[in-house]
Design a protein around this ligand. Sequence first.
Ligand code: TMP
Length: 218
Amino acid sequence: MENAGTVRRGRFITLEGGEGVGKSTNVGFVAGLLEDAGIDLQLTREPGGTPLAERVRQVIVAPSGEAISPLAELLLIFAARALHVDGLIRPALAAGKWVLCDRFTDASYAYQGAGRGLGDAPVRWLETQVQGELRPDLTLLLDADPAIGMARAGARGAADRFEQERLDFFRRVREGYLARAAAEPARFRIIDAEAPLEQVQAQIRTHINEYLQANVKT
Ligand code: TMP
């Protein structure tokens, strides 16, 4: 319950999805909807979000001559996340800002847990260590058949370490995301990202407006 005189912390919204589902285009669209509604917004992304976490991001995504095991990858991602949570996300929420993050820990369950085959347990353990009780309040999942997403991502040019993966990897990632959404239906909104952009954005607008109505006192 909120006490009179204390500011309720801002809301934490995340955007998720596999490769080529239109995340980059739509994160700006979601930010615009929130800012138009008068929300004081901090836009950020993972891996990254602080100067040092962005440097760790480079290590994670850049093609590497040296093999990176799934566990090493997961640990690097959570090292970046620890920097980001402490240095940016918690302070912004405590100041009453809303935080919109392009990917967060659901991506670790989907990519490292399901895609790389580590399972949920190591992700859950690190989530508790790094985040304590912090979880997103709302997650928009852009869902598309990976064959479609990969064709779109492939058209963008040089592939990063993840984009070099094969279709069966991205099928596991998609199943991982859908399992997360099925387990937490109150937090997730699944967007059909195979639809044309206007229809994708109409779905997003509906969900954001519903969330604003429930969460912003006018
Ligand atoms: P991006 O495509 O959103 O820029 O993210 C870069 C890559 O990082 C993307 O291919 C997915 C990957 N990633 C993970 O594998 N696990 C994670 O927890 C996060 C946040 C990203």
